[in-house]
Design a protein. Sequence first.
Length: 125
Amino acid sequence: MNTREISAEYRLAHWAHVVQDRNDSGLSIKKYCESAGFHENAYYYWLKKLREAACEGLTNKGGNTTGLAPVGFAEVRLAARTALPPPTSIWENQVSIETDRVRITASSGYPVTSLAELLKEVARP
């Protein structure tokens, strides 16, 4: 990696921090840029560069541009399918588990072993 690439990475990291700081501040982009002392156009320019870098990083991981999924989503496959008893109503007899990252809702008749497998998959980093 040459100095130009290192410099570009540094600027991207700096602006990623700026964008995160703006999001955390709750201010509008215009107000944030005024208070931080830079022009709104610079913010949008670097936001575009960050998005391009993120997309490039996603497509370079496997060379497959068709299988992109939003960050935070993952395919979950269970080992065996189990026939579920038909629910009496769509709103009755449901179990719901919710964390800061995911919500799982299933009928109360959903097999406990399958639910445990699903929770293991979701809990993986």
